[in-house]
Design a protein around this ligand. Structure first.
Ligand code: BG6
Length: 467
């Protein structure tokens, strides 16, 4: 489609970048931090060891100086639940003090802090005490944590994200405090119940934020992988629409409408895995909708109809290749992939933004988007042209959507600085700033600005004029 383009992104547009506490901070046992679920999970040797991560806990000052030099207008980060409430109940002043320093330094530089309340880092103690997100008690625990954050930081932090990628919490057993072996028929029901509790918790926390913080903006960060039909066969079109319902709209409909997506409800009914639902909780959701929707976009999927004529209980979490009788994911030769097999499809970002806006009419903020790649240091420099291409192509899609009038308030690339990838370790780098360590060797952890750093600095300065 041809349309006249805006020359530059609006001057209010929040160019930014993101991190999450457990992936970047390290300092696992410092400052009174308590144990989180991922500290307990079995480690893939050298890979998912978050004890030092990028050592941001000790180098936060140098890092924020670099974010300022990069020109960030917004910095998205999460506040570690276990640093602030080590046992999920009592407040640790040292934890609050750590984030005070970060928030004050950002604000001093005129960088808007965007805080994720919960990004995969759950206090183990709450799982031991009552089963974490599998219990309705988790709603109160999460509300209490949010209350501490809003009361303490609400004078300086106006932008908040409730839960990061809920779909990837509930469908990954260890993020719920369950073992891999516990995945099975019963797990299906637990997934749906946890999802529902998290939606109730989100609505309560949105309500609380609106009561406590003047001019607050709060919303969830979801991860749509918008499906494109594998062919012109209408069955593939229906399969791809259904995939979208079961992969992200099933959460967003509860957040933004206080209703279950009909396809999602029927899916649960057929499998006898419906959660326990209270009318007044749905009402609470309908009355406390987000101010904006955070979109984490990395990849899309190509989807075909599944010919199987039966209902299967999957018994396991996310990334299912086939949902019997509903859809199956297929290869798409038109779409290149990263070294980790993730589809690279910038247009998918436009599809997600257009679709989400058309369904909910809420402003959107891209909360994550980036390329995980192996980076090589050559004579002290990192020539990451592949990352520049990836980010430029995605930013062009955003410029296009802005030109069409879609309300997009900002863009946070993943990630501001190299950090430990959730599942793949340090080899899979995303940052504008290189951190000198590998999966197996900590080295000196020195910071090096990559070529993409200077490129993004220019994009921000000229507000995307050359894109
Ligand atoms: C998102 C998460 O799922 O994707 C991040 O919010 C994560 O925490 C990012 O790091 C990239 O995924 P991965 O597996 O490459 O680290």
């Amino acid at each position: 489609m041809y349309h006249k383009q805006i020359e530059r992104f609006p001057d209010t547009f929040l160019f930014g970048a993101s991190t999450s506490s457990f992936q970047v901070e390290g300092g696992q046992t410092s400052g009174g931090r308590g144990e989180a679920l991922h500290d307990r999970s079995p480690k893939k040797a050298g890979i998912t060891d978050f004890s030092t991560a990028s050592d941001h806990y000790h180098r936060w000052e140098e890092d924020i100086d670099l974010f300022h030099e990069l020109g960030l207008k917004v910095y998205r980060f999460s506040m570690s639940w276990t640093r602030i409430m080590p046992d999920g109940k009592n407040v640790n002043q040292e934890g609050l003090a750590f984030y005070d320093k970060i928030v004050d330094k950002l604000v001093g530089y005129g960088i808007e802090p965007l805080v994720t309340i919960y990004h995969f880092e759950y206090p183990s103690k709450l799982v031991d005490d009552f089963g974490g997100w599998l219990s309705p008690k988790s709603i109160d625990a999460y509300e209490e944590f949010a209350n501490v954050l809003f009361t303490h930081f609400g004078d300086r932090v106006k932008y908040w994200l409730t839960i990061n990628e809920q779909d990837h919490v509930i469908k990954i057993s260890e993020r719920l405090g369950l073992s891999k072996e516990s995945e099975g028929v019963e797990f299906e029901g637990q997934v749906q119940q946890a999802n529902y509790y998290m939606c109730v918790a989100t609505a309560k926390v949105i309500k609380l934020a609106h009561e406590i913080i003047p001019n607050v903006k709060i919303g969830p960060a979801v991860n749509p992988m918008p499906a494109i039909p594998a062919s012109a066969n209408p069955l593939d079109v229906i399969a791809s629409m259904t995939f979208n319902e079961l992969s992200h709209y099933y959460i967003l409909d509860l957040h933004c409408r206080g209703k279950f997506s009909p396809i999602h409800w029927k899916y649960m009914e057929d499998r006898d895995i419906c959660p326990e639902v209270k009318e007044e909780e749905l009402q609470l959701m309908a009355e406390n909708t987000p101010d904006f929707i955070g979109i984490n976009y990395y990849l899309n999927q190509t989807v075909a109809h599944s010919e199987k004529e039966k209902i299967e209980l999957r018994g396991q979490g996310v990334f299912m290749e086939e949902e019997a009788g509903i859809y199956k994911l297929v290869e798409n030769k038109e779409i290149p992939q990263t070294d980790w097999g993730w589809n690279i499809c910038p247009e998918g970002l436009s599809i997600a933004l257009m679709d989400v806006y058309n369904r909910y009419q809420l402003p959107m903020l891209i909360t994550e988007n980036g390329l995980g790649a192996y980076d090589e240091v050559v004579e002290g420099e990192i020539h990451d042209t592949y990352r520049i291409d990836f980010l430029a192509n995605h930013l062009k899609q955003i410029k296009d959507c802005l030109s069409l009038g879609f309300p997009i308030i900002g863009y946070c690339a993943w990630s501001a600085i190299d950090l430990v990838s959730g599942r793949e370790g340090m080899d899979k780098r995303y940052g504008f700033i290189y951190v000198n360590r590998t999966n197996d060797e900590l080295r000196d952890l020195n910071r090096i600005k990559k070529d993409s750093f200077y490129w993004y600095q220019n994009v921000i300065q000229e507000r995307g004029y050359s894109l």
